[in-house]
Design a protein around this ligand. Structure first.
Ligand SMILES: Cc1cc2nc3c(=O)[nH]c(=O)nc-3n(C[C@H](O)[C@H](O)[C@H](O)COP(=O)(O)OP(=O)(O)OC[C@H]3O[C@@H](n4cnc5c(N)ncnc54)[C@H](O)[C@@H]3O)c2cc1C
Length: 436
């Protein structure tokens, strides 16, 4: 195959999802020339387009909570954040959040961060849950089960508890949010090449020197960033860094379903998203009268790891539909269950501790923003800033591995410790689920 060098750029970003777009905007704004490469047809057309786009703050690490809290403020000022708009923009819709807990759940691990950061919340016992949500069955169904298990149709017993967070929300069009970021990045000078696959990471000694594309073209750059989402492990393999990190990333199939919202629980009357760890699902209402329903990695749910997301069917399955939608109907008995699955399938890019990796690597100039574990759409307004600070520090010779870069989040005046998102961290003691 013909190998030709067409151009040079300060930074190459592999992936034009919401993560790559966020990084492109901030790096280009910081004065570096950026080229983004994506093999797909459109910006944000990968897993970003399937995102439930929930914005909530319950994470196991302090830096995880700070990042989500800062990002919430940035979503609220989206147009200002972008700095350039030339068409429709993604809309933020406020929702409260209700977490319904399994027995023995240690809510203090979340609430201590909320207390420290001034994020309001309310602890709810069974009585306040049934007073506030008369449409719920507030009994315990624990443990989550599948519809083919006898346990599934048993009546609830015991008393449920949880906590309520008045702030949070969702973005109505996650792909448009990625496009907004990329349009702004382009406006400031970034170049974007779609339908173009990266097939090789070029190196000189232990430094990255560019990428080779499927058509044989080589683009030279001393900085390359892996923002390839569920395809990230393949890119790390190409760079030869997979074996050199404690953390890994792997694509996991996920389905999200949609059902009509019952009159008593919908976007207008009850603007609240629910994480139900007792039954094993999450849901949020959306304008137009639907509820979307997804899973929270209940122990009984089958796990589908995927070698290559391109080989997977993106059709929803009856098994996942039944398990998730019927669980919701147990909690909200007024919900009616249509007899056919409506929804989508896509992939998370999962790390062993469900915490993302925002880091340098042992290959000089090769950075990773991956392993977003089904929970980083909400941080799209901040990820670019985190990576820009990291790259500026490392390229100036800072020893990030031994002295992790600390990033100030100006809207909430708190620090994100980038050591939390290190490729070599000890696994975070979190929920071991998409909640992080
Ligand atoms: C079903 C679902 C529900 C979710 N719900 C939420 C939620 O409620 N809240 C939340 O915060 N997060 C949520 N997430 C997670 C969030 O959406 C992701 O963390 C985020 O969108 C990942 O963005 P990304 O840019 O890393 O990946 P992607 O959007 O997948 O982008 C990666 C891009 O890399 C490109 N690429 C891959 N390989 C190559 C190559 N060799 N050459 C060129 N291009 C390449 C792909 O074409 C793709 O466009 C959800 C995710 C899913 C799948």
């Amino acid at each position: 195959m013909n190998t030709q060098s067409n151009h040079m750029t300060d930074v190459i970003i592999i992936g034009a999802g919401v993560v790559g777009a966020s990084i492109a905007l901030e790096l280009q704004r910081s004065g570096r020339s950026v080229t983004v490469i994506d093999k797909g047809e459109s910006v944000g057309g990968g897993s970003t387009s399937a995102s439930s786009a929930l914005i909530r703050f319950n994470y196991s690490t302090r830096s995880g909570v700070v990042a989500a809290w800062e990002s919430f403020h940035r979503w609220n000022a989206w147009e200002e954040h972008l700095g350039y708009v030339n068409g429709p923009i993604a809309q933020f819709h406020p929702l409260s959040m209700l977490l319904l807990e399994p027995p023995g759940f240690d809510r203090s691990s979340y609430l201590k961060h909320f207390n420290e950061l001034g994020i309001p919340f309310e602890e709810l016992d069974e009585k306040s849950l049934s007073d506030n949500y008369p449409m719920f069955d507030t009994g315990r169904f624990w443990p989550p089960s599948l519809p083919n298990d006898d346990q599934f149709f048993k009546n609830s017993e015991g008393k449920l508890g949880g906590f309520f967070v008045p702030y949070g929300g969702f973005i109505d069009d996650p792909q448009l949010a990625a496009q907004n970021l990329m349009d702004a990045a382009r406006h400031f000078g970034a170049k974007v090449s779609l339908r173009t696959s990266v097939v090789e990471i070029k190196k000189t000694k232990n430094k990255v020197s560019g990428v080779k594309l499927e058509n044989g073209e080589v683009i030279e750059s001393s900085i390359v960033i892996n923002a390839a989402g569920p395809w990230s492990s393949h890119i790390n393999d190409l760079a030869g860094v997979s074996e050199l990190m404690e953390m890994s990333t792997k694509a996991m199939r996920q389905e999200v379903h949609a059902i009509p919202a019952p009159a008593e629980f919908n976007f207008t009357n009850t603007p609240v998203m629910i994480g139900d760890l007792d039954l094993g699902f999450y849901t949020r209402p959306q304008p137009g009268g639907t509820l979307i329903v997804g899973g929270v990695e209940a122990d009984c749910d089958p796990v589908f790891w995927v070698e290559d997301p391109d080989d997977d069917s993106l059709n929803p399955t009856v098994d996942s539909w039944e398990a998730l939608v019927w669980r919701l109907a147990k909690r909200i008995p007024g919900a009616s269950v249509p007899n056919r699955p409506t929804g989508l399938a896509s992939h998370y890019d999962v790390t062993p501790d469900w915490t993302p990796i925002y880091d340098r690597t042992d290959l000089g100039g090769f950075y990773i923003a991956c392993g977003t574990s089904g929970n980083q759409f909400k941080n799209a307004p901040l990820i670019g800033h985190l990576m820009t600070q990291l790259i500026s520090a490392c390229e100036a010779g800072h020893d990030h591995d031994n002295d992790p870069v600390q990033v100030l989040c100006p809207m909430v005046n708190e620090i994100v410790d980038l050591g939390t998102f290190s490729r070599n961290r000890k696994p975070v003691a979190g929920t071991g689920t998409v909640l992080g």
